[in-house]
Design a protein around this ligand. Structure first.
Ligand code: CA
Length: 223
């Protein structure tokens, strides 16, 4: 799980980052609104913690922009103002939850967990790309109705591809999501696993679903 924290107060940002990292989340921090919007538009995060008062662009505008661009990543708003009006404004703009500063880290963590859980539950029961299906709950993969046996790591990798159909995924993004960490030597490991997947999913079948984007990464798509 990879989280984005958009917060200009360095102390607050590092307090959140450190706490979440101790809970095994990967955390990116943006320290102004423009940077935050740019990073959020990359759609690599599972959740965004967004401060309202930010330099360059405020949190509510970022949120409106994200929803306009159809970025559906859950957003937890941080606000110092706790009036009903402000909360309504935030929720109307597309926030999934809000938290009033100052807050206890335990409360932030509880809300993060709840939002991530809700997102997992909102996912369609079976993911599908062309004639390839993946059932996360039953851990079953099939191509053309024929069951495909995968190792747990291959399954995690394919699930990540199928949650992001048509999106080019870099090796860095893949390693962060599927392995939960990132270092340069991972790139070979990812290539090896993508080849395993190809043999099981694409070999002898049409259309090919896993495509290499030279110099960038991989994309799963049906057409
Ligand atoms: Ca702020």
């Amino acid at each position: 799980m990879r989280l984005l924290v958009v917060e200009d107060e360095k102390k607050v940002a590092s307090f959140i980052k450190q706490g979440l990292e101790e809970e095994s989340y990967a955390v990116d921090v943006a320290s102004d609104g423009e940077e935050g919007l740019g990073m959020a538009l990359d759609r690599v995060h599972d959740l965004i913690i967004l401060d309202i008062l930010l330099p360059k662009m405020d949190g509510l505008r970022i949120l409106q922009e994200l929803r306009r661009e159809k970025v559906t990543t859950p957003v937890l708003l941080l606000t110092v103002r706790a009036t009903i009006e402000d909360k309504v404004l935030g929720l109307d703009a597309g926030a999934d939850d809000y938290l009033t500063k100052p807050f206890a880290f335990e409360e932030l963590l509880a809300r993060v967990r709840a939002l991530l859980r809700r997102r997992a539950e909102a996912e369609p029961p079976v993911l599908q790309v062309a004639d390839l299906t993946l059932d996360p709950a039953r851990h079953v993969v099939a191509r053309g109705g024929e069951k495909v046996e995968l190792t747990p790591r291959e399954f995690a990798l394919l699930a990540y591809f199928m949650r992001n159909p048509g999106r080019v995924l870099t090796r860095t993004t893949i390693s962060e999501h599927v392995w939960d960490y990132n270092f340069d030597t991972m790139t070979n490991v990812i290539d090896v696993y993508v080849n395993y997947l190809r043999k099981k999913i694409d070999a002898g079948r049409e259309p090919k679903l896993i495509h290499t984007v030279r110099g960038v990464g991989y994309v799963l798509k049906g057409e």
